[in-house]
Ligand binder design. Structure first.
Ligand code: 3PG
Length: 238
């Protein structure tokens, strides 16, 4: 019951505690597939944290804005500790690790409590490591050969990265022919303004982007701004 007081400030808890608790328990025990991770909201925030003290209030701010699938990138020395803190203290969130590039990254992410992984590219070794660790994986692809390599390993939900630089919506339209059975999460150069161009495509389930968690908002502890940025994505339609 250690975590109960921590839930109280979260929107919805006071309104209907039993339903809210059921959701949290389901969150905690459900194994999410990559498709479920993508379908939860129109945007997966790509998060860079340099300070463990920012992790929990940042995650609560996003959850308050309706976004619970959170990708904390393994780009800073504090990233794993941040994942651990969110996994422990924010049960309403589903924490994932981004920038997973090696087998060791996948294992460390799972040990820290990550529930899914996102990678900037794809190797069979990373695919196998995520399977072994029980992590749903959204691997990054930018070419047809990379898509085929991921498909060889049974992966059909992929991150298109870096989306704008590698061809944007036009590239995804071209891929929809030969790769009719693949779904994408374009990430890299995606903003609130251009996200609708991607989300309008049938082979796009959601987008990824760093704009929801600006470095200056973290630095200033401006959690209300992060909540507002999350709420703004509600106008995005998939
Ligand atoms: C990344 O991995 O850095 C993501 O693609 C984020 O890109 P963005 O900062 O352009 O949203």
């Amino acid at each position: 019951m250690r975590w109960l007081p921590k839930l109280a400030p979260v929107a919805g808890f006071n309104a209907c505690p039993l339903i809210f608790l059921k959701e949290i328990l389901m969150n905690a025990f459900q194994n999410f597939t990559a498709l479920q991770v993508m379908q939860d909201a129109p945007v997966i925030p790509v998060i860079v944290l340099n300070d463990v003290a920012h992790a929990v209030p940042m995650a609560r701010a996003l959850v308050a804005g309706g976004i619970r699938m959170l990708e904390v990138t393994l780009r800073t020395p504090q990233a794993l500790a941040c994942i651990e803190a969110i996994a422990r203290d924010v049960p309403e969130a589903v924490i994932g690790a981004g920038t997973v590039r090696t087998k060791a990254d996948a294992q460390a992410a799972a040990n820290a409590g990550a529930r899914f992984a996102v990678s900037p590219g794809y190797t069979h070794e990373v695919g196998q490591a995520c399977r072994d660790a029980g992590l749903a994986l959204l691997p990054g692809v930018a070419t047809g050969s990379e898509i085929m390599m991921a498909q060889e390993d049974g992966l059909t939900e992929l991150k298109f990265f870096p989306a704008m630089q590698a061809g944007g919506p036009a590239m995804l339209k071209a891929w929809s022919g030969p790769f009719f059975d693949v779904k994408f999460c374009p990430t890299g150069g995606v903003t609130l303004l251009n996200a609708p161009d991607f989300l309008a495509l049938p082979n796009v389930v959601c987008v990824g982007g760093s704009w929801l968690v600006p470095a200056d908002a973290l630095q200033a502890g401006d959690w209300a701004r992060i909540t507002q940025l999350a709420l703004d994505t509600k106008n995005l339609v998939k």
